[in-house]
Structures are given as structure tokens and as C-alpha cells.
Design a protein around this ligand. Structure first.
Ligand SMILES: Nc1ncnc2c1ncn2[C@@H]1O[C@H](COP(=O)(O)OP(=O)(O)OP(=O)(O)O)[C@@H](O)[C@H]1O
Ligand SMILES: [Mg+2]
Length: 380
């Protein structure tokens, strides 16, 4: 017996090794793939680690402040400070993987709807490539591009949405993440990450209906409109949570963090001390959101808005959802009157071990990061 073992030792070791590898592989497969969603914002870096599988699970997360003037709308301004903040996030999050998907915000996105005459599929593709040069006044080599054919039919013109962004800021961001030890497997545009978060939350029949997403960030408020699952419009408003904080800071004569605390406590309460400065700014923001929706629905008369979904840290502003809904109902002429304004909270649908009092605030803030980590096939 010993002789047989000795003779075949190499094969036995090999077979044993293979068995262990397949067992570990099977275990990993059953446990689901782990991946990161990396949302580097003007005010906060949000990273989530998800285990993807039948039911996605939030394993770990980190939210750390982005040091002032480190990054402006995904354009890296101070690489050294960004690296420090990213390393802090990795330390806090104790993530078990380093690979993930990061985001490109709406500000850097160029969108254009074009119509092309009827032509065979193959020709359509090269016609589209040529259009990028035409419309974005940038050399193709300087852009990252994508497109969606919105409608096509035999003998009919094709309606195409062109998406482009400058290559350089994306590459710089990816390189900065790499230097902090993060491996970027994909860069997604913010509206599509937001759409996946909404799909995950089943907030509307996004495949058939028209939905508007309002991502309330610190530097900007991004409005994306989706019709039948396709991104139809993006508008970036230069009003964000920081503007409210700045107004409170100047009005009360306090420092930034006290103004933040005051803003988070009172939000849009009409009877608060800060209402004098906060409410006019709120109206400016609501007016811009209203104008964006009016313009879109005036251009797309056959469509009906069913939902306005709000997300991002600023969506936790006390009273925002109900007051925005009221404002839109009162000021909106081109919308059918049966839409609602709702908060997006993916933590209500994915599993996690967070205490319930954290879920309410964290969910909307982590929406984009969760949308980045999740894949279409994991949304049931
Ligand atoms: N409870 C709260 N009430 C009001 N505002 C809040 C609350 N919590 C966070 N915010 C605000 O949310 C903003 C940060 O949100 P978020 O992390 O989504 O922004 P960001 O992604 O860093 O910014 P941007 O999207 O512009 O790059 C800050 O302005 C912060 O003051
Ligand atoms: Mg953001």
C-alpha cells in the first residue's frame, strides 16, 4: 500500500490540490462575488462593499469627508489629499476586496440626441462614430464615448442618444484610486448607477414608465430623466447642499461644522431660525427642478411622469420630499397630476447588519455607491 502511495504521490497531491481549489471556488461561487462601489463626491467619499448574489448583501461601508477643494465634480484638484482621504476610507471600511466600479458625475457628461436616416445596422454604427466628432467639438481620441439607440425600425429614422465625456479627468481619477490601492474595473455614469438603485428598490416600472431622479449632492443637484428604461435627459444644477450650509454659516456667523449641524437639524422647517436664508434658496432649487421637468415634458408630450426619486446626502434635508412634491403640484403645468416624490433607500431592500436608526440616513447617501456595485443581473 505504502509503495502504491509513494509511486503515485505526485498524482495524489495534485488531485488533493484540485479538490481543495474546486471546493474553495464552489464556496466563493455560493457566497457570491464581492465588489466595491466607489462614489467620490465633492463633500464625501462613499464606498460600499457588496456581496452580489441572489440577495445582495452590504458587507461593509465607509463614508469620509472629501477635504475641501480636493475634488470638484470628479476632477481631481489635489491628488495628495485625495489619496489620504481614500486611505482613511479603506482603513475605516476594512474592505476585503479592492476591486470595484467608480462614478462619473453628470457635470462631465455630454449628451446629445440625434436623428439619423434609415440605414443598415453596420452603417449606423459608423455614422454614429462620425457624429461624436461633429457634435462635441472634441477629437474622438480625447473622449470616452457610448450611445443608446432609442428607437429604430425598418425604413424609419433612428433616434440615438450620444454620450461622451472627456477622457483625461476620468483617467486621472482612476489613476488616483489606483494609487490608493483601489482597482477600478469600471467607470459608470452617475445617472445609470442611480437608475440601478431605483430598480433595486422597485420604485417604478422603469422599463415602461418615465421617472425623474434628483441626486442632491453637496456641490450640485443632478436631474436625470429616464423614459422606458433609457436615459433621456440629464441636467446639472449648480445648487447643492454646500450652498445651504454656506448661507446658514454667513447668516448665523458660525463656522462650517456648526452651520452643517444647524442645517441638518432644521432643514426646510418653516418656523426655524434659519428659514430666512434657507427657504429662498430652497425655492431657487425647486424652481430649477420644476423648469427642467417642464422643459422635458413640453418636448415629450406623449410621456407622463410617474415618480420623482430623490437621493444623495442632501435628500435627507428635513421636509424636502413633501415640500418638493407640493411645489411641483402647484407650479407644474405640463405634468400629469399623479406623480409622487419618493426617497430612494436601497438599504430597505438589500440585506445588511446595520441598526435600523442608521438605515434611514445612510440609504439615500449610499444610493449611488450601491448602484455602482450592483449589476443589472442581480436586480430581480
Ligand atoms: N441630514 C441631513 N440633512 C441635510 N443635509 C444633509 C444631511 N446629511 C447630509 N446632508 C448634506 O448632503 C451633502 C452631501 O451629500 P453627498 O454625499 O450625496 O454629496 P457628494 O456626493 O459629496 O456631492 P456631489 O454629488 O455634489 O459631488 C452635504 O451638503 C451635507 O450637508
Ligand atoms: Mg454625489
Amino acid at each position: 500500500m505504502r509503495e502504491i502511495i509513494a509511486k503515485n504521490l505526485m498524482w495524489i497531491v495534485l488531485a488533493g490540490g484540485l479538490l481543495v481549489i474546486s471546493f474553495v471556488g464552489l464556496l466563493l461561487l455560493l457566497r457570491g462575488k464581492r465588489t466595491l462601489g466607489i462614489d467620490v463626491g465633492n463633500a464625501q467619499i462613499k464606498i460600499v462593499e457588496l456581496r452580489l448574489g441572489k440577495k445582495p448583501h452590504l458587507l461593509r461601508y465607509a463614508i469620509v469627508p472629501t477635504p475641501p477643494s480636493t475634488i470638484e465634480n470628479a476632477v481631481v484638484k489635489n491628488p495628495a489629499e485625495l489619496k489620504k482621504a481614500l486611505l482613511t476610507a479603506l482603513k475605516i471600511g476594512k474592505f476585503t476586496v479592492r476591486r470595484g466600479t467608480t462614478v462619473l458625475t453628470g457635470q462631465n457628461l455630454l449628451l446629445r440626441h440625434i436623428e439619423l436616416p434609415p440605414m443598415p445596422q453596420k452603417e449606423l454604427r459608423s455614422a454614429i462614430a462620425w457624429q461624436f466628432d461633429q457634435f462635441f467639438q472634441m477629437r474622438l481620441a480625447e473622449m470616452l464615448t457610448d450611445y443608446q439607440v432609442i428607437s429604430e425600425g425598418l425604413g424609419k429614422p433612428s433616434s440615438v442618444l450620444l454620450v461622451a465625456m472627456q477622457r483625461e479627468p476620468v483617467m486621472v481619477l482612476v489613476d488616483n484610486l489606483r494609487q490608493a490601492g483601489l482597482l477600478v474595473e469600471g467607470v459608470d455614469i452617475e445617472p445609470l448607477a442611480a437608475l440601478r438603485a431605483i430598480k433595486l428598490c422597485r420604485q417604478a416600472d422603469t422599463e415602461r414608465q418615465t421617472v425623474a431622479v434628483v441626486d442632491c449632492g453637496a456641490g450640485t443637484t443632478n436631474i436625470s430623466i429616464f423614459s422606458s428604461g433609457l436615459l433621456s435627459s440629464v441636467r446639472v444644477l449648480n445648487i447643492g447642499g454646500s450652498d445651504f450650509t454656506r448661507a446658514v454659516m454667513n447668516y448665523l456667523g458660525v463656522d462650517w461644522s456648526s452651520a452643517e449641524a444647524e442645517k441638518k437639524m432644521n432643514g426646510f422647517r418653516l418656523d426655524s431660525d434659519i428659514a430666512t436664508v434657507v427657504i429662498p434658496l430652497r425655492d431657487k432649487l425647486f424652481n430649477e427642478i420644476n423648469k427642467t421637468l417642464s422643459y422635458y415634458f413640453a418636448e415629450n408630450r406623449g410621456q407622463d411622469l410617474v415618480k420623482v426619486v430623490i437621493m444623495g446626502g442632501g435628500s435627507s434635508m428635513v421636509g424636502l420630499g413633501s415640500q418638493l412634491e407640493k411645489y411641483l403640484y402647484e407650479h407644474q403645468n405640463s405634468l400629469a397630476k399623479h406623480f409622487s416624490v419618493e426617497l430612494c433607500n436601497p438599504l430597505m431592500v438589500i440585506s445588511h447588519k446595520l441598526p435600523s436608526d442608521k438605515v434611514e440616513l445612510l440609504g439615500p447617501t449610499l444610493s449611488v455607491a450601491v448602484g455602482l456595485a450592483i449589476r443589472e443581473e442581480h436586480i430581480q
